[in-house]
Design a binder for this molecule. Structure first.
Ligand code: 5GP
Ligand code: ZN
Length: 133
């Protein structure tokens, strides 16, 4: 049987999928999977990565489901801006704005994207090597 997702339309006219049942991060948004929440806004959620790679490692996601950064940018630029502002707010709340931090959007297989629900990694609290591995 085919799976049918109910989609809405964003302000910029692109299809929007509020939630995908089998998506881990959609399940965190709905409360079905627990997470350590750092910040919440009406359209975003920020929570600690379960396997932190730095003293601060927080994931910032839109509550609606978009598979990756390009899909979000094409569908809703204002939500992308809100996501980036939340990443900066997380850095302030974690006390790493002054020392510096990295915001990463892994996209696709070569970048190691494991969860196909767009998420910004906010990493900081130690010196971060460059180039990344
Ligand atoms: P990606 O590799 O897709 O860029 O990042 C996915 C991130 O999600 C990884 O850093 C991984 O540790 C994190 N992650 C995977 N499962 C869970 C979970 O159940 N809860 C939380 N909080 N993070 C998770
Ligand atoms: Zn999702």
């Amino acid at each position: 049987m085919a799976t049918i997702y109910v989609v809405g339309v964003t302000g910029e006219g692109q299809a929007r999928i509020p939630s995908v049942p089998e998506c881990l991060f959609c399940r965190i948004v709905s409360g079905g999977v627990p997470a350590s929440v750092v910040l919440e806004s009406p359209r975003t959620l920020s929570f600690r990565d379960i396997s932190p790679q730095a003293p601060t490692h927080v994931l910032v996601i839109p509550k609606d489901h978009y598979p990756d950064l390009a899909a979000l940018a094409a569908a809703d630029g204002s939500l992308l801006t809100e996501l980036v502002n939340q990443a900066a707010e997380v850095a302030r709340a974690e006390g790493i704005s002054g020392s510096g931090y990295r915001v990463v959007f892994n996209t696709g297989a070569d970048a190691g994207q494991a969860v196909p629900h767009v998420h910004a990694h906010v990493l900081g609290g130690r010196g971060l090597g460059w180039p990344p591995g």
